[in-house]
Design a protein around this ligand. Sequence first.
Ligand code: DQA
Length: 150
Amino acid sequence: MPKLLFLNGPNLNLLGKREPEIYGNFSLDELEGTLTSKISKMNCEVSWYQSNAEAELVDKIHASATDGVDFVVINPGAFTHTSIALRDAFLGTSMPFIEVHISNVYSRETFRHKSYLSDVAVGVISGVGIIGYELGAIAALNWLSLKKNN
Ligand code: DQA
């Protein structure tokens, strides 16, 4: 059974309270609960991890590679726009991933248009709200099954 890890970066622990006009009213706990029950029905194992610290996210990507995680769906938060370390962690472990943003980063400030991850991601989902995580999981499972059959 494929193993998916949902990774969330800085300030995503504030979902539901943080700028609700941009990020909505769902807390991270609610999102995890709802999505875990939906996605587990797709015949896969799901785990979640959130950290505000870049080093912890890097360590988690390294650990995932040895813990049998097959794919990461990540919302890197503001580290999207700054972190060569996260990019290198994915490249260094060859861990496939999809980058998710709740908001449409391209309709916001120009500093959000730059991502250190997008060009090495399997794909990017931005601006469709929290359903982006679910779409990311569907795309991840599709990518893994195509890879298995090739
Ligand atoms: C975000 C967009 C980022 O620019 C921002 O720093 C976040 C959240 C999103 O989900 O829309 O923290 O990744």
